[in-house]
Design a protein around this ligand. Structure first.
Ligand code: PBG
Length: 338
């Protein structure tokens, strides 16, 4: 060879640091561990486990199975579980009244999980959609989602969850001002240790599709009274990024301890901006549609399942996430521990 290929910079060979696993590990900039994961789990009112068709590998868990999941999380080193309820359709109504039921599914699941594994954190969504017959996150009047009337219900729901033993309240409703009202209510009730992880920048997204099946959500735009066919008057427009910073700034000012961006992988630019702007513990939710996409392709043999799971989760860490809420948590933790 007359001339090295990189002349006039013959010493610059970036592949040198990629030549073997040991050196790749040594210079690795970010790592994914089970401690980065929050297990997104669906619970139901019946017995046993019921597969969710649009999310291969995800099952709705009975309260007893949820308690087992908490023990499993502890064994796997997964710090926390997020609970999403699938309640019987007959118990849903216009106002989502079941959301604040102290003997309801969420309260029972939280108690069972904290009894089974007190060392594992429990996170609850504060939002009405699993409990409304129309599937919206708020109270509807004349076809509009009412902001302040919804907040009153959310506070009742959040206090109930905290009293049941929930460690982290995660308002996912996108009503204006709900974090501040919730924080003040918690303080007033002596629940000052209850944490708030706000769904701060949450977008109106098609990627929540399979979740609606998972929790048996009412079909938007249907039902006895007029209601909108989408959530665009409260969830964010996916074209926007500065607006996400305003949402996050407000939630922090109102008392959020941690913030979240949702969905996940298609919104890593937002994660990055939030991390750089606020230096707050920032989480992302790898939502149901992201799970379904990877699993559908893997089931067809088009993607390597294990590698795709770990690469997608690793991307969140690289973007700066403190952690990821994901349906892959138990599978990923097992892969990482292996
Ligand atoms: C409820 C809520 C949703 C998700 C989490 N909490 C749906 C929505 O806002 O429409 C989505 C979760 C997922 O897709 O995995 N507010």
């Amino acid at each position: 060879m007359t001339q090295p290929p990189l002349a006039p910079y013959p010493a610059l060979r970036l592949r040198r640091l990629r030549q073997a696993d040991w050196i790749r590990r040594l210079v690795r900039e970010t790592t994914l561990t089970p401690a980065d994961l929050v297990w997104s789990a669906v619970v139901h009112e019946g017995e046993g486990r019921i597969p969710v068709a649009s999310m291969p590998g995800v099952e709705r868990l009975s309260v007893a199975e949820a308690a087992k999941a908490a023990r499993e999380a502890r064994a796997l080193g997964v710090p926390a579980i997020a609970v999403f309820p699938h309640i019987d359709a007959g118990r849903k109504d216009q106002a989502g009244s079941a959301a604040e039921d102290p003997d309801g599914l969420v309260a029972r699941a939280v108690k069972a999980m904290k009894d089974a594994a007190p060392e594992v954190g429990v996170l609850c969504d504060v939002a009405l959609d699993p409990f409304t017959d129309h599937g919206h996150d708020g109270i509807i009047e004349g076809g509009r989602i009412l902001n302040d009337a919804t907040i009153e219900r959310l506070v009742a729901q959040g206090l109930m969850q905290a009293r049941a033993g929930c460690d982290i309240l995660a308002p996912s409703d996108m009503m204006d001002g709900r974090v501040g009202v919730l924080r003040r209510a918690l303080e007033a009730e002596g629940l000052q240790d209850t944490m708030i992880m706000s769904y701060a920048a949450k977008y109106a997204s098609a990627f929540y599709g399979p979740y609606r099946e998972a929790i048996g959500s009412g079909k938007l735009g249907s039902g006895p009274s007029a209601n909108p066919g989408d959530k665009k008057t409260y969830q964010m427009d996916f074209a926007n990024t500065d607006e996400a910073l305003r949402e996050v700034a407000l939630d922090i000012a109102e008392g959020a301890d941690m913030v979240m961006v949702k969905p996940g992988l298609p919104y890593l630019d937002i994660v990055r901006r939030v991390v750089e702007a606020f230096a707050m513990p920032t989480f992302a939710f790898q939502v149901s549609g992201e799970y379904a996409m990877i699993m559908a392709a893997a089931k067809n043999g088009w993607l390597d399942e294990e590698r795709s799971i770990l690469e997608s989760l690793g991307a969140f860490k690289r973007a700066g996430c403190a952690g990821i809420i994901t349906y892959f948590a138990p599978v990923a933790a097992r892969l990482l521990g292996a």
